[in-house]
Design a protein around this ligand. Sequence first.
Ligand code: PLP
Length: 427
Amino acid sequence: MTSAIADLSLTELTELHSNLRAEYDELASRGLKLDLTRGKPSPAQLDLSNALLTLPGAGQYRDEAGTDLRNYGGAQGLRELRAIFSDALRVPVPQLLALSNASLNIMHDVVVHALLHGLPGVGRPWCAEETVSFLCPVPGYDRHFSICEHLGIRMIPVDMTDAGPDIAQIEQLLADDPSIRGIWCVPMHSNPTGAIYSEEVARALVSLPAAPDFRIFWDNAYGVHHIWDEHTPPDIVSLCEKAGNPDRIFYYFSTSKINFPGGGIGLVASSADNIKRMKAHLAMQTIGLDKVIQLRTVKFFDGKAENIRAHMRKVAELLRPRFELVLNSLEREFKGLDILCWTAPLGGYFISVETMPGCAKAIVAMAKDAGVVLTGAGATWPHGQDPADTNIRLAPTVPTLEELEQTMQLFTLCVKLASIDKLLTQQ
Ligand code: PLP
């Protein structure tokens, strides 16, 4: 196929369909069992962090100040751990908390605390409002949307661009709708499009007029996950301060995609007032963190932020060929056909594709029938409902290159078949 599929005659389309169907049936008969659903590290990537299994090491349980870390206490995280990430994230240590095993629970708790207790500078908790709404750049991360759904927060989709969410839309929505209290942002190698937020977008987000308890949920989950060149996200905490809105930011990070997912450290940075309030809430939730686990992370990076970058370069070596394989396959199969567009991320864990309207669900179902499980179509939209049924998230980090080759062979066939099916019904 070299010309746009939509230009083919009915006879040509029907013939093409039956040839592709034969290829699909042959692949389906091979009994494939492949999974591209979630962004997880491959076993080889996990192996890069195996030193954690024996750290901090026998007899190692004191921090720099000599405190016994086996006991209660230390609700804001080890100072030396926060120092490493303060450097990597460009946030001052006193404004950074290193908490439990991951970051999503911190995001969840911040929303719950705002609902129940309100936020600094505002007397009313969010639950006193008739409606609380969040702006949700789409396609986006399903679990951000699940938090909103679970806690009864209305979600308003906002278009994503290559440089972050569409600021003109956000400005209009903020001006028209006083119920808006938050926005989800994945500023670096965004899930799933791979967008990197521009300085201009960040400056607009921190300064647009909004409710005093409007917060940016800046989830920098892929902040150091560069597959090609290194990039630095906008320095959002300082930008908020300079814009006179220091409290507008909650900046999240974790080591889930650096070391062991769910088995590392979740971090949050914010203004001095927000952090003070968070610490008061945390004091009600725990008497102390697992500081021995924190110590193992300090030792793994030998206390230096530059070692995070060195580790991530090794991760990139594993991810780069996988991303190249997927991108080359999309380029080879779809260039000039006008039935699929895709993003070419410079890092992170995902590639996002846009199909012809009304095809995404059919493609995912067809792939599943042949043994390849993809992230559910719609997962990247609030309530799992992609109105145009076009977005599919590909997560190529786990399969081997051989498995990915087979997956892409099948996926590209499914896209072509579903697109032709759609065109045939429109004839
Ligand atoms: N944020 C984003 C954007 C993610 O893609 C993920 C995992 O896929 C997470 C957060 C989860 O992070 P954690 O394991 O720290 O909860």
